[in-house]
Write a protein that binds this ligand. Structure first.
Ligand SMILES: [Zn+2]
Ligand SMILES: [Zn+2]
Length: 296
């Protein structure tokens, strides 16, 4: 799985930072967290085809998180996009998308469906599930987590040692079932191992609240807003945002492995102050840059 940070700015984009968008590529799935203005161009520069996007997870409807949606959907309407684009967002998302299409005129040759999410798991397949919980920002808003499922993998060296031929027997072992081979019983645990699942949480535009900890709990990676440094704690609370230190507090308390900060105020020419602010509380932290990629 690969994460690409397409935009890392809050409200106002800067020369170096586009408005917020983070893309998670996982097998045939492409999950886009938020879609700030100009996100489709960021995809081009990052060398990722827009047709890879299968799901868009909208945190809330402040412009810096959604202004790229109409442009991206217009482009998907004009190219060969197979399948149905799924758009998830907080309460009110259906109505807002309808209004958006009232405002912009183009051929909507794009299959899409819009789903509103609240508390808990809202999507699940064999490989992963997606979860959302409300946050606190003075507008309907949710944070998200992507939770992979543990996978049983076959150890080919051990398979060879037992002389098990390729085919249905290996399939059975992969499902965790035992088999009979050469009159010997072989348990799945003898020749397979469990690959531990990964969890990624995405929290932006909120004051510190209980659901931040819930979303981030035991995450391998927490992608979290750090609009200000803690020198501007009062301002951050007034505007319904968190500081880098708040993000670090979540990471620390929620047993997160790695913290990646995003959604920076345009006042920070570089992000060093924010990174140091977080590091006071949590060591394994970096500030995202536009086009930064992380393999997990
Ligand atoms: Zn924002
Ligand atoms: Zn906002």
């Amino acid at each position: 799985m690969q994460l690409t940070f397409l935009g890392t700015s809050s409200m106002v984009p800067t020369k170096e930072r586009n408005q917020i968008a983070v893309f998670l590529s996982y097998g045939s799935e492409g999950i886009l967290f938020d879609c700030g203005e100009g996100t489709q161009r960021q995809f081009k520069i990052a060398g990722i085809s827009l047709t890879k996007v299968t799901k868009i997870l909208v945190s809330h409807w402040h412009g810096d998180h959604v202004l790229g949606l109409p442009g991206l959907m217009q482009t998907l309407s004009s190219i060969d996009y197979n399948g149905t684009l799924e758009i998830y967002g907080p309460e009110g998302t259906k109505k807002r998308i309808e209004k958006m299409f009232e405002a912009f005129v183009f051929d909507k040759r794009l299959n899409f469906k819009v789903m509103e999410v609240k508390n808990g798991t809202f999507y699940e397949n064999n490989d992963f599930e997606l979860e959302s919980y409300p946050l606190e920002h003075g507008i309907e808003i949710v944070g998200y987590s992507f939770i992979e499922k543990d996978k049983r993998k076959v150890d080919m060296k051990k398979i060879k040692k037992f002389g098990i031929p390729e085919g249905p027997l290996i399939g059975k072992l992969q499902q965790g079932k035992s088999i009979e081979h050469n009159n010997k019983k072989i348990n799945a645990d003898d020749v397979t191992y469990i690959e531990k699942a990964k969890k990624i949480a995405f929290i932006t535009d909120t004051v510190l609240c209980d659901n931040c900890y819930k979303l981030a709990n035991d995450a391998d990676m927490l992608i979290c807003e750090a609009t200000y440094s803690s020198k501007l704690t009062d301002k951050s609370e007034d505007y319904g945002h968190m500081t880098a230190k708040h993000a670090a507090q979540i990471a620390n308390k929620a047993n997160v492995k790695q913290l990646v900060l995003i959604h920076f105020s345009a006042r920070y020419k570089n992000t060093q102050e924010l990174e140091e602010d977080a590091r006071d509380v949590f060591d394994n932290v970096i500030c995202a840059k536009d086009f930064m990629k992380i393999e997990l």
